[in-house]
Design a protein around this ligand. Structure first.
Ligand code: PEP
Length: 254
């Protein structure tokens, strides 16, 4: 048994004043924190602000992105070393918005994962199929290919430290969620794939669900055998909805 992992992805939202209010409210979420590890991924420019609020609490700091190189002439980018300066614990890698809008390749993602693991930051690899892929019956093969592409480069030993977030692209920010059965089936497929690779090595790998998670679906989703937590976008931007999502699963161990 382990604690649930609930990651808030603020995306490109927020501001100094709004963040303060949200963070003060999140720090009061005693019930929501039972058996949960909560991680906040703000835009980089607000990491310092978030860090100042959460210091001494059980809430962890994450990042939405990191560069695939150690250092150098990469204007506007942020390195693993810089994230470590801020005690960042988690890093999203390969969110579908980054894959699509910023053309991130599997090789980029693998390089990021290698650097993150070396630097002691936990990568959260996002995978998920498009609507067309699901409608063509390619949902399973798509996500397995995404996993394989990265594992083939980083190797099992490194991948052992990775958290996986299954996020059907058609459910991100759309208000459409995978049905409970669809989500559990995809998580089971991921778990079975990892077990076939090395059951012992990947026994404790956390597999999160993301895609319009809200207070309406969180309690049913978290009860599924293979769902270990959530990656939450929209519902993490308001204290009430984030509290509701976190509280749905308070007390449940996964
Ligand atoms: C996300 O940002 O990864 C996400 C799942 O967003 P939303 O919860 O808004 O669908």
């Amino acid at each position: 048994m382990k604690d649930k992992l609930i990651i808030a992805n603020w995306k490109m939202n927020g501001g100094v004043v709004a963040n303060s209010k949200l963070l003060i409210a999140i720090l009061k979420l005693k019930k929501a924190l039972i058996n949960s590890e909560i991680v906040i991924c703000p835009p980089h420019i607000y990491m310092h602000q978030v860090k100042e609020y959460i210091v001494g609490s059980r809430i962890k700091l994450g990042t939405q992105n990191v560069n695939a190189n150690k250092s150098g002439a990469y204007t506007g980018e942020i390195s693993v070393g810089m994230l470590k300066d801020f005690n960042c614990d988690y890093a999203l890698v390969g969110h579908s918005e980054r894959r699509t809008l910023f053309n991130e390749t599997d090789k980029d993602l693998a390089n990021k994962i290698l650097l993150l693991v070396q630097g002691g930051i936990i990568p959260v690899l996002c995978i998920g199929e498009s609507l067309a892929q699901r409608e063509n019956g390619e949902a399973n093969s798509t996500i397995i290919k995404q996993l394989e592409a990265v594992i083939n480069i980083v190797g099992y030993k490194c991948f052992k430290s990775v958290v996986i977030a299954y996020e059907p692209i058609w459910a991100i920010g759309t208000g459409k969620t995978a049905s409970i059965a669809q989500a559990q089936a995809m998580h089971k497929a991921i778990r079975e794939y990892l077990t076939r690779l090395d059951g012992k090595l990947f026994r404790r790998t956390s597999v999160l669900y993301g895609g319009s998670v809200s207070e309406k679906n969180a309690s049913d989703l978290i009860k599924q055998k293979d769902i270990d937590g959530f990656l939450v976008g929209g519902a993490s931007l308001m204290a009430d909805s984030f509290e509701a999502v976190c509280s749905c699963s308070a007390g449940i161990k996964v």
